[in-house]
Design a protein around this ligand. Structure first.
Ligand SMILES: [Zn+2]
Length: 244
């Protein structure tokens, strides 16, 4: 882990847009932070790129039914966190591609929501030998597409000019928080919101069999990150303050 942590007080987001591949991604990595900033008056929006129709071990379930269930779970979860709106793009789960269609759809939402802060997935995480895990390809595509859209495409009116012509005005995002479980330079104290995070995750019943087991793991992890700034529970990010 990198040092020189800053604390939650160094940013005061007014409008946060979370961008992720699947329902539940943002809640696992950032729900405590979302709830904290919501409690401070920030507007929280989620943009979920895929339909979430592949995340099940139930061999009987139909893709469309799973997708509908997961969207409902995600809306309930954001509600609990004090968030405002969830946008779904419904690209097929497991097949996200960072192409022009995806980028244009993301730009439209960025230019509509006009976030000062975007929370998304760090696309540079390919695997973790420490955790024994490979990062889901959709997560990498989601993070890369989000970054591409923040800079330069959402900012430049001549990028995809048909969007500008249709009334989507250019927008500059100031702050990016990347979720990266291995590395952080920015820590948010979630001591007051960790219970909301667990309640939000509890909504994702199609994904989580045993919330008690998950909450033990989550709390241990949040406690380890919290030690860096001397608080009980925290979430960590890589923060980028955009100058361009
Ligand atoms: Zn995911």
């Amino acid at each position: 882990m990198t040092k020189n942590y800053t604390t939650k007080d160094t940013i005061q987001p007014q409008i946060i847009l979370g961008i992720a591949a699947h329902p539940d991604d943002l809640d696992f990595s950032a729900a405590g932070t979302m709830a904290y900033y919501a409690s401070q008056g920030a507007e929280i929006h989620y943009l979920i790129l895929s339909d979430g129709g592949q995340g099940s071990t139930d061999t009987e379930i139909k893709r469309q039914d799973l997708s509908r269930t997961r969207q409902r779970e995600q809306k309930n979860a954001l509600n609990i966190l004090g968030g405002k709106e969830v946008y779904f793009l419904n690209y097929p789960d497991g097949h996200l591609v960072n192409n022009d269609d995806l980028k244009k759809d993301i730009i439209k939402i960025i230019r509509t929501v006009k976030p000062d802060t975007v929370i998304t997935m760090d696309p540079s995480v390919l695997y973790s030998s420490q955790r024994g895990s490979i990062n889901h390809p959709d997560h990498r595509v989601a993070g890369q597409a989000a970054l591409d859209c923040i800079y330069p495409f959402a900012r430049d009116h001549l990028a995809y000019p048909e969007l500008f012509a249709a009334g989507f005005m250019p927008h500059k995002t100031k702050t990016i928080l990347l979720t990266n479980f291995n590395q952080q330079n920015f820590i948010v104290d979630i001591t007051t919101t960790i219970d909301l995070k667990i309640k939000a995750l509890e909504q994702h019943r199609s994904q989580i069999d045993n919330i008690d087991q998950v909450s033990v793991w989550l709390k241990a992890n949040a406690a380890t990150i919290g030690q860096n700034i001397g608080v009980d529970f925290a979430e960590g990010f890589i923060k980028i303050e955009l100058r361009n």
